[in-house]
Design a protein around this ligand. Sequence first.
Ligand SMILES: Cc1cc2nc3c(=O)[nH]c(=O)nc-3n(C[C@H](O)[C@H](O)[C@H](O)COP(=O)(O)O)c2cc1C
Length: 452
Amino acid sequence: MAGRQLKLGIAPTPTGGPGKNYQWLDPEIPGDASVDIDWYIAQARLAEEAKFDFVFIVDSQFITPDSPPHYLNRLEPLTLLSALAVTTRHIGLIGTLTTSYNEPFHVARRFASLDLISKGRAGWNVVTSGDAGTAGNFGLDEHYDYDTRYARGLEHIEVVRGLWDSYEDDAFPRDRRTRLFLDRSRQHALNHRGEHFSVVGPLNIERSRQGQPVVFQAGDSEQGRDLGARTADAIFTFAASLEAGQAFYRDISERAVAYGRNPDEILIVPGISVTIGDTDAEARELERTQGLADNDFDAALAEFGRSFGWHDFRQYDLDAPFPDVLHHAERSFRTQSERIVAVAKEKDLTLRQTVELFSGPPRSPFTGTAETVANELQRWFEARALDGVNIHTGHPAQLRRFIDEVLPILRERGVVRSEYESDTLRGNLGLPIPENVHTRARREAADAVPVA
Ligand SMILES: Cc1cc2nc3c(=O)[nH]c(=O)nc-3n(C[C@H](O)[C@H](O)[C@H](O)COP(=O)(O)O)c2cc1C
């Protein structure tokens, strides 16, 4: 098997995610693509032909009329991924489900089902929900505060993993002769009574070929990083520069070691956008013009409130200093809001300038000729600023150029695979299959018995 290789994912938000309010005007994007399963199947197959590791479906459960088009009208991730599971064979299928508004039993059961339907290709992206308004859709007056959100998140993951091990791999003899369907000694109740969840178990579904679904984590606060380092197989993040990526990578590795984990078993996967042109200058210009076409100031101003609990910034004087609004972010996307406020303060920006800075055309490090983009990806990968990338697919022509022009260069250099190594997500990501905890306990107990 080849050495370490760059992992590849795509995150399709066809009609336009945050900051892309007019992406859907692209003539190649059907206006209803975000609810069109055929569109997703075509994307997943395209990515699978190019030997991507996974398709990632982001999600949230609170919208306003100012939410980006893709968020306004979209399919529930696990339902969507189940359809992809039966129309693809190798590519991993990762979906976001929040620990704040789902019971662990539901989450465990749904991902275990996807894992069996896909024959070992499921992945769970754990989030705690940054949209404070989600509370109102689930019978709560207020979203959980950060400490509670992440404490629930940790306990939630532990319960889900416990439930996934309800059956040992040899639990079902299904012996027609002896009429033995279940070996009762291999079925395990959980009997969890914790601070946030009480779950008796067992879960009514067996493990898949990859043992358990892969657990991703996304959340960048201190609490979020701790949760990822402590529990996750892989982490979704963002990286503004190679140095920022390296710092994040080191930070997670150190936290993982402190939790007694092997940091090589946690993959760091930032989301990136890619723009390719015939020359570096042409690519930069395309990035700028497309960025301007994909958004306008009014849409950006309206959407700007999202990380501050959808606070309405349209009420302020655009040319006055950035307003004092951080308290609105307390139970929302606080980490992101703190970053915005810090930059506005440091650079002494008005509201207009702040919105323009954060929503203006992006300057991605992965913009240039195919060769430039390939070089940058390889450089970041080798410098351990990342283990893989999660490509936010925007305009279809650009995804095609990435697949047709950048990947062959990386393949030639051995940076990405030419063929799938495995047909499970864990196998392709190079992650170990977790041994069932009960099997391990029995094995260890047997090993401990002195031989007479
Ligand atoms: C790279 C990244 C991707 C995320 N994706 C989602 C998502 O798909 N759905 C969601 O509700 N929250 C998502 N989040 C938000 C986190 O779940 C978290 O609730 C939010 O960022 C606030 O927590 P934080 O301050 O720890 O980042 C994402 C966060 C990051 C950093």
